[in-house]
Design a protein around this ligand. Structure first.
Ligand code: ATP
Ligand code: MG
Length: 355
């Protein structure tokens, strides 16, 4: 798949933008604070319905305006998809797909598949578990709408349950209806994460091996807080502790993902270079997995990452860039790097405009 056309109106520092993208590599060049990351963020929102940053929808609206539009025309193998997102300070956000308004975010998820790579990802392994959970949740959701729906329901249940637990006198009976739902959706989530990580492991192993001249065996481990079959028991046994803390301590909202290289924990022992190669392996595996699951190539979003990688790793990345539609931002047009690339279109961004 690829994005044909992208229109922005009053989205962050863009007053109006209307661009046609190339099927292959699109390079956006601009100094700091001109709108490069904002542009990628708008595409992420088209794919996932909301930002990957911890932002509220209203923050996306240009400071001097009341409403914003994000619109795209997407080309898939056998059809086109038109997606419009409208956010207003005083009205409900609306999303339409091919002119039809959707009532659930779930219907948007999976229409556009993306793999995004930003400099923040270089801290992926060092970061806390929430970052990894959020990342994999987004990736799994893109190929499984049911999962997306389950996750949303599950987090709502945890929130409600936590509110009840804040009351020191809460009884087991009060919690019971919530426990049932927590278990129901929680188990679905654990099952899917299990399956996904297994599939990804099969792919990442070979990719990482080839990226490291056959010397590194990578293993991706789903480090679950509780096993499906023990969930109910552990929840029952945790009642007193949960009451003391005032929140839910058992369940997949406490899961993490670990990586090992040749059986050693990457977070603890991996060098910076090994971590960087591993994150590349992870992103490439996501591309392959999406391709396998959907039959379409995802769109690759690269936010100023080339300059963060050494020549060897840049070369690997460039190889992938040539296979899928890529939207790459950079502050400087590095002749040495760009020389090897088959560039479709180049855009210069200045103050939220293409110049
Ligand atoms: N809601 C908004 N309305 C208007 N401007 C905004 C809004 N949100 C963010 N901006 C501005 O958009 C500008 C561009 O941000 P962006 O992150 O896209 O820059 P960038 O080109 O990626 O820069 P860098 O190279 O430093 O990463 C910032 O200066 C920011 O202040
Ligand atoms: Mg940026």
């Amino acid at each position: 798949m690829y994005i044909n056309n992208l229109k922005l109106e009053n989205f962050r520092n863009y007053k109006t933008l209307d661009i046609n993208l190339d099927k292959g590599l699109n390079v956006f060049i601009g100094n700091n604070a001109q709108g490069k990351t904002n542009l990628l963020e708008s595409i992420y929102i088209l794919a996932m319905g909301k930002s990957y940053k911890e932002h509220k929808d209203l923050e996306l609206i240009n400071w001097n305006n009341e409403e914003l539009y994000i619109k795209t025309i997407l080309s898939k193998k056998d059809r086109e998809e038109h997606i419009n997102i409208y956010i207003n300070k005083n009205k409900k956000k609306t999303i339409s797909i091919n002119e039809l308004y959707i009532n659930k975010l779930t219907k948007l998820i999976g229409i556009i598949n993306i793999v995004i790579f930003t400099p923040d990802d270089l801290l992926f392994f060092k970061n806390g578990p929430d970052v990894r959970r959020q990342y994999f949740d987004a990736q799994i959701s893109q190929i499984d709408r049911m999962y997306f729906e389950n996750i949303q329901k599950y987090y709502k249940i945890v929130k409600n349950r936590n509110n009840l637990l804040k009351n020191k006198n809460v009884s087991r009976e009060t919690l019971y209806p919530w426990d049932i739902q927590l278990l129901q959706y929680g188990k679905e989530i654990i099952r899917k994460r299990n399956e996904y990580i297994k599939d990804l492991q099969d792919i990442i192993f070979d990719i990482h091996k080839s990226l490291t001249s056959n010397v590194e065996n990578i293993e991706l481990i789903y480090n679950k807080n509780v096993k499906e079959e023990n969930f109910e028991n552990e929840l029952t046994n945790s009642f007193e502790t949960e009451k003391k803390y005032g929140y839910t301590i058992v369940g997949p909202h406490k899961d993490d993902y670990n990586f090992t290289i040749n059986n050693r924990d990457l977070k603890k022992y991996g060098s910076q270079g090994q971590q960087r190669t591993s994150i590349l392996s992870l992103k490439f595996s996501e591309i392959e997995l999406i391709k396998n699951e959907t039959g379409e190539n995802p769109i690759l979003l690269l936010d100023d990452v080339l300059s963060e990688l050494d020549i060897e790793r840049q070369k690997h990345l460039i190889k992938y860039i040539q296979k899928v539609q890529t939207i790459l931002t950079t502050t400087e047009f590095d002749e040495k790097i760009m020389h090897d690339l088959n560039i479709g279109k180049i855009f210069n961004i200045k103050e939220g405009k293409i110049v």
